[in-house]
Design a protein. Sequence first.
Length: 302
Amino acid sequence: MGVQDRPQCYFDVEINREPVGRIVFQLFSDVCPKTCTNFLGLCTGEKGRGKTTGKKLCYKGSTFHRIVKNFMIQGGDFIEGNGRGGESIYGGYFEDENFVLKHDRAFLLSMANRGKDTNGSQFFITTKTAPHLDGVHVVFGLVISGFEVIKHIENLKTDAASRPYADVRVIDCGQLTKPANDVLERRKKISPHSWDSSSSSSTSESQSDTEEKQPPPRKRKRRTRYKHLNKRRKEGKRRGSSSKKPPASQTSLCEQENADDEKEKDLNVKREKPVVRPEEIPPVPENRFLLRRDMQIHKTEP
């Protein structure tokens, strides 16, 4: 069985009843066939009920009950949900298949156990290299999609016993009939020279695409017109400053002041006292209405 024939399965995960995405696994069935068959059967739920617990053998509805940041996330206890239960499709536990694969990178799928030959249904996904687990836990798969989901789970808050406060649950699981693109395996197959050439070709293609997408250059006639107008304005300002002509506001103020002065002069001319000769003053008639009653009025004889 080659790399292309390796089976793939998935988990649809939700946190506090809100879907967060899908995790896709590739199982190393050519290295650990028995362990991979157990995990795949628990994903599809096709094996019915367990021989020892009598519960349905399926990961659907199970939780991630343990999270250790910068180390791993653990799940697979579909019986008790706290890391104390679990059952394999073979009934109870089964032996450690082999320790060929090592915990030498992140996003590896490995079996959790309580000691030697105690593999059931619990598993963990590494988020960092863990060489101290080599020879103790069986590595049988790899995450090929949904890395952001795993990181999101890893960053959740936990209590002192590494139990998450949030409810992280597998709402659906199964086997993929159409395998997903295995990016890591493709990178392994591609040689560095071909990778560089492909990257350079891709960059050149992206550059050509960006050049094609760029809009055509605008006409510069308008800009030249604006430049000429700006030059004319600047020249006019310079000429105005050299002649030292007062601005329009100042001229209007001066005109107003001159007009006010002329008005004042006219008023002064009008207010001048006319020259009157004493000869031209007529005699003032007697006003008897202003005389007092006790004063005697002298009659004038004609």
